[in-house]
Design a protein around this ligand. Structure first.
Ligand code: ADP
Length: 291
């Protein structure tokens, strides 16, 4: 089986400015992959190239074995896309939006009706099927987008910043839906600038198979792996030292080593030991904090 996503030496340039700069990575079928990075890192541009919405300036992208430039129709059959901008039609009902999408994908009846029912049940919008989309909350619209993206039974789901602007309960509900779909076998690529989102979705602290995280900055992938791999590379223990109104961070391979180092210091004023987390590693790598 070909990889779900294959990106090889991809560049994207707008007006001579590189936005994506020699990006390469592969996602296997069934993986959960979180692309994390600050605003302007090039995440949306990457997802737009992967989903045929914009062409790479240079390099190769294959989705389910199909080249995005040469075989866009086959790519579109294999993918579902949930973009940042709410792209459902506000003047149609929930059902009509799905009906339209199903027809565009040549799903014939009775299968179309049964799939619409199935996915509306799944995202808990069946009671709203006759409501005009403009009357739905932001979270409901996002769930409708997910139902629509799944209607033609794609193998790979792309989600660009899926929970921006949503309240905490709605974010949690969406995370559960996204994680459940992945556990059913759907390959997922999502972009986000929220640490907690990748920690939850890539099951960084859980017991299941952890997803991989790609950290993107200034158009490049600067780190790739599971959170456990990141910690093994950068250090599992951390000493924070207050210097004026800021903190300095020093990584240690293990928490025990960080503790031993601190215990041997005569003056421990303003210092504390704790386990490292994704945000520490992100700040170490990029020299910046998100938001
Ligand atoms: P992210 O999703 O990580 O926030 P984007 O991919 O949206 O990053 O943007 C990366 C950079 O590319 C930004 O500096 C943005 O202004 C620029 N950019 C994105 N789309 C266009 C475009 N259509 N024309 C010119 N510049 C663009």
């Amino acid at each position: 089986m070909p990889p779900a996503v294959s990106v090889q030496h991809v560049h994207k340039t707008y007006d001579k400015t590189p936005v994506v700069n020699d990006l390469s990575f592969t996602i296997e079928a069934g993986e959960m992959f979180g692309l994390l990075g600050p605003n302007g890192a090039g995440k949306s541009t990457t997802i737009r190239m992967l989903t045929t919405l914009t062409r790479p300036t240079q390099g190769q992208i294959e989705i389910a074995g199909y080249n995005v430039v040469r075989k866009p129709s086959q790519v579109k059959e294999n993918i579902g896309v949930v973009l940042q901008q709410i792209s459902v039609d506000n003047d149609l009902t929930v059902w009509e939006n799905l009906e339209l999408h199903g027809r565009l994908h040549h799903l014939s009846n009775p299968k179309r009706q049964s799939l619409i029912n199935q996915w509306l049940e799944y995202v808990e919008l069946i009671e709203k099927k006759d409501a005009l989309v403009k009357t739905l909350s932001g979270g409901m619209k996002r769930r409708l987008q997910i139902a629509r993206a799944l209607l033609h039974q794609p193998k790979i789901l792309f989600l660009d910043e899926p929970t921006v602007g949503l309240d905490p309960q709605t974010r949690r509900r969406l995370w559960e839906i996204i994680r459940d779909l992945n556990r059913q076998g759907m390959t997922m690529l999502l972009t986000t600038h929220y640490m907690d989102e990748v920690e939850f979705l890539c099951d960084a602290y859980g017991t299941g198979k952890p997803g991989r995280i790609g950290i993107m900055d200034a158009g490049q992938l600067i780190e790739l792996g599971t959170l456990q791999q990141f910690k093994a590379r950068h250090g599992e223990g951390l000493i924070m030292k207050q210097v004026g109104d800021r903190f300095e961070y020093t990584f240690f391979p293990t928490l025990e080593q960080a503790n031993a180092y601190l215990n041997n210091l005569p003056d421990k004023t303003g210092m504390m030991v704790r386990p490292s987390n994704l945000e520490d590693i992100f700040v170490e790598l990029t020299g910046r904090q998100l938001d």
